[in-house]
Write a protein that binds this ligand. Structure first.
Ligand code: GTP
Ligand code: SPV
Ligand code: MN
Length: 597
């Protein structure tokens, strides 16, 4: 980075004029005692130098240059392959501000614990300083941060996932305000691993993990936990949502944001390719983002959304030409693969990948042996620039954001929950989001397939008390009738044979079409206590081989089952006590009454 000689007091090694940034970097260097400090400018030359360094020390491996040009494999420590919710803390002054949805520690204790771990931890290592911007560099909706890390793998990933380097630093210097993220891989010891957030100070300290959401601090730590807290006080929303555009044959595009829990289908829906009959008629899907959405009301009351990220950190297993052809094309070059398997000719491999090649080496680098489990880790991931995605739209770079016509909530629900239903109004929609349930996945450590409440897909990511969060959501409806309509979908309903009833993936287009038609007031639905349900005739099911039984499973409303579900939702809401907005309780009580009628 060009050190501008604009400030005489500027330290020779620091390219910034911003005293608060320089001081913080100096303090961190004093605490962690690295051998060298490198400020990242985001240039190609810098990236090449880092990649070469990682190839030399084994952090990365090259892949087959013919099939996967400029792409690399990284194997993380086998104990470090997913987010660690039990080690993730929100440190607010008042415990109640973090809420029952978070692990809490006081800021004083949090800092003390982390600073002990960080003491001297970068000895023998290089400390990298990464200025980054979440969102288009010139958008008023974007927010900046600086991550300090001793992991070159983190630098390489942040370079793909954020707008990183010189431009971001300029914006930070102009604004004088940034989120401070301090990260060290430490010893990768699960007993010395913590991800701590200090939302009141806009800071993050993460130690002992090099993996995804634990280490790429711009992502979940900043863009969700810290940003949700900031959004609450500034009147916007930071959500675990994809953003897509649906272009109809008339050439109009409606944007939709959708919240599904981790590994529940956001990347896949964001990159959807419509079935052939839809494509022939002129329907198109445009990708804006696959994981995070920041949105705020515009002057017209509509919510305008940006994707704060610049790349995808997506789930590899299950990604193939039959499920997600856009992702397959996106991954054809310049990608980092983490914890996937390898074929004999050094191509990345995972369960569900195209072709007949077999894995020879598993995600841990062992000769593949099926008795050891899957060849690729179930939470193996790819990191790749969004610009490589064929369906990525220029609108994703629009500093004003895109106007959202509908919000969709959804989760893995093998029973009870129909394919799709519509909330009656915003406040009912907030209850629909707040009562979301889903089976856990491999994206976080712990048991997989266990049903839990995951409101708005934000259980692991809301940086403050859910009671306040639901109230914040509801506050948007005060004096505003231009908010998006709210829906709930379930691609994961299972039949008696234990198999998914709905074909999913590209066929989800049929549900999106109904949603857009409802937004335009052009499709029918049946009113039920849980919301407005389409009947099977209201959706285009042409060409799908669904049995009578399947159709019934997908479209039926099970009153007895829902009465039981609403009892459970009531107990869940009880956990938030008096702090919960009475409006949410009222929505719940109204439906319970109707269910018992
Ligand atoms: P995070 O990056 O963890 O936040 O996940 P995500 O929500 O982006 O999940 P993703 O789209 O990567 O999907 C995760 C898993 O769900 C993959 O194994 C997919 O194959 C599967 N999946 C996605 N969409 C569908 C669908 O429509 N039907 C079925 N049955 N499975 C799906
Ligand atoms: C998720 O778990 O929701 C992810 C992956 O998107 S990670 O970045 O590891 O959090
Ligand atoms: Mn996610």
């Amino acid at each position: 980075m060009n050190a501008q000689a604009t400030n005489e007091a500027m330290d020779a090694s620091s390219p910034t004029t911003l005293a608060s940034l320089r001081d913080w970097v100096d303090q961190v260097a004093k605490l962690t005692t690295p051998d060298a400090v490198e400020w990242c400018d985001g240039s190609d030359a810098e990236n090449k130098k880092l990649i070469d360094r990682m190839l030399a020390d084994g952090t990365l491996q090259t892949l087959n240059e013919e099939t996967n040009p400029n792409s690399f494999l990284h194997r993380s420590d086998p104990s470090d392959v997913a987010r660690v919710e039990h080690l993730t803390f929100v440190c607010t002054t008042e415990e109640d501000d973090a809420g029952p949805n978070n692990h809490w520690m006081s800021p004083v204790d949090g800092h003390r614990k982390m600073d002990e771990l960080f003491k001297g931890c970068m000895k023998g290592r290089t400390m990298y300083v990464i200025p980054y911007c979440m969102g288009p560099i010139d958008s008023p909706l974007s927010r900046c941060g600086v991550e300090i890390t001793d992991s070159p793998y983190v630098v390489a990933n942040m370079r793909i996932m954020t707008r990183m380097g010189e431009q971001a630093l300029k914006r930070i210097e102009r604004e004088g305000k940034f989120v401070k993220g301090l990260h060290s891989i430490g010893e990768l010891d699960p007993n010395r691993r913590f991800i701590m957030h200090f939302p009141e100070e806009l800071s993050i300290k993460s130690y002992g993990s090099g993996y995804g959401g634990n280490a790429l601090l711009g992502k979940k730590c900043h863009a969700l936990r810290i940003a949700s807290h900031q959004a609450k006080s500034e009147g916007w929303l930071a959500e675990h949502m994809l953003i897509l555009g649906v272009e109809n044959p008339e050439g109009e595009t409606h944007y939709i944001a959708a919240a599904f829990p981790s590994a529940c289908g956001k990347t896949n829906l964001a990159m959807l390719i419509p079935p052939e009959s839809y494509r022939e008629a002129g329907w198109k899907i445009w990708t804006v983002g696959d994981d995070i959405c920041w949105m705020r009301p515009g002057a017209d009351g509509r919510l305008y959304a940006i994707n704060p990220e610049a790349g995808f950190f997506g789930v590899a297993p299950g990604t193939g030409s039959d499920s997600n052809p856009n992702a397959v094309k996106t991954l054809s070059r310049d990608a980092i693969f983490t914890n996937v398997a390898l074929t004999a000719d050094n191509q990345p491999w995972w369960e569900g990948i195209d072709g007949d090649a077999l894995p020879t080496v598993d995600w841990q680098g062992r000769l593949y042996d099926p008795t050891n489990g899957p060849a690729a880790h179930p939470n193996s991931r790819f990191t790749v620039s969004a610009k490589q995605c064929p369906s990525y739209t220029d609108e994703a770079e629009n500093p004003a954001g895109v106007p959202i016509s509908a919000i969709i909530f959804g989760g893995r629900r093998p029973s009870l929950v129909p394919l799709v239903f519509e909330a009656r109004d915003w406040n009912h929609g907030v209850l629909v989001g707040a009562s979301m349930g889903s089976e856990t996945t491999a994206a976080a450590t712990g048991a997989v397939g266990v049903m839990r409440r995951d409101p708005m897909a934000m259980k692991p990511f809301c940086g403050y008390n859910f009671a306040d969060y639901f109230g914040h959501w509801m506050s948007f409806a005060d004096d505003n009738d231009n908010l998006p309509k709210i829906y709930h979908v379930n691609w994961f309903r299972k039949g008696k044979d234990g198999k998914y009833v709905w074909p999913g993936f590209g066929e989800n287009m049929r549900v999106l079409e109904w949603i857009i038609d409802r937004v335009k007031g052009e499709a029918s639905a049946v009113e039920t206590p849980i919301g407005n349900l389409p009947s099977a005739e209201d959706l285009n099911l042409d060409g799908l081989a669904l049995s009578e039984d399947a159709v019934q499973t997908l479209f039926d409303f099970d009153r007895t089952g829902w009465a039981e579900e609403f009892k459970n939702i009531g107990s869940f809401l009880d956990e938030f006590g008096d702090r919960l907005t009475p409006k949410l309780r009222k929505e719940h009580a109204k439906i319970v009454d109707q269910l018992n009628d």
